[in-house]
Design a protein around this ligand. Structure first.
Ligand SMILES: O=P(O)(O)OC[C@H]1O[C@H](OP(=O)(O)OP(=O)(O)O)[C@H](O)[C@@H]1O
Ligand SMILES: Nc1ncnc2[nH]cnc12
Length: 182
């Protein structure tokens, strides 16, 4: 199925914005990808394809851009979709995990009753940079007793070390395109 995916088209649809949000950063903008219906469809199909019929019971997506791709992948895999959200957004009882940002720290929450020991989870996000966000997401999933060994991203920034961080957690990462030099 991935034979029919035009990875160059997916890559070309992602706009790169220099010096955003601060000097020296090249922002890889998936909003331009999702605005292109064909590129969006191909990206979602390519993200889901390796995980079809592999026994996944849930997809977890991380706020906010992870929701766009995660929910679509869950539909293809015929699984439920679980939201990992920033603080004060989820109405039921949650568990939380703090993680480091470049400056300071942030926190992610997940509903306590959204996963359990019987779940096999695929994590989906738009982009892997340092891996701090996806590491926090994996810790939440594991705290609830669910299994998580795979994460899928549209974009990886290999220079920022996220793949190694995931590897150290025993999580295999899969991405559609990578951008060096950041
Ligand atoms: O690998 P990391 O270094 O953790 O960075 C990757 C994360 O950063 C971005 O999210 P951001 O926190 O900017 O939130 P947003 O999706 O709400 O814009 C991106 O969508 C990933 O979730
Ligand atoms: N360079 C980048 N572009 C888009 N989102 C990001 N999140 C972290 N680094 C990023």
């Amino acid at each position: 199925m991935t034979d029919s995916i035009n990875f160059a088209q997916i890559r070309d649809s992602i706009k790169s914005i220099p010096d955003y949000p601060k000097p020296g950063v090249i922002f890889r903008d998936v909003t331009s990808l999702v605005e292109d219906g064909d590129a969006f469809k191909q990206a979602v199909v390519a993200l889901a394809e390796p995980f079809i019929n592999q026994g996944f019971t849930k997809v977890v997506g991380t706020e906010a851009r992870g929701f766009i791709f995660g929910a679509a992948v869950a539909n293809i895999l015929n699984t439920g979709f679980v939201l990992a959200r920033k603080p004060n957004k989820l109405p039921r009882e949650t568990i939380s995990q703090t993680y480091q940002l470049e400056y300071g720290q942030d926190e992610l929450h997940i509903h306590k009753d959204s996963l359990n020991e019987s779940d096999k989870v695929l994590m989906v996000d738009d982009l892997l940079a340092t891996g701090g966000t996806i590491e926090a997401t994996a810790k939440l999933i594991r705290k609830l007793g669910a299994e998580v060994d795979h994460a899928a991203f549209v974009i990886t920034l290999p220079d920022l070390g996220g793949e190694q961080k995931l590897h150290n957690l025993g999580i295999q990462s899969y991405s559609l395109v990578s951008f060096d030099g950041e």
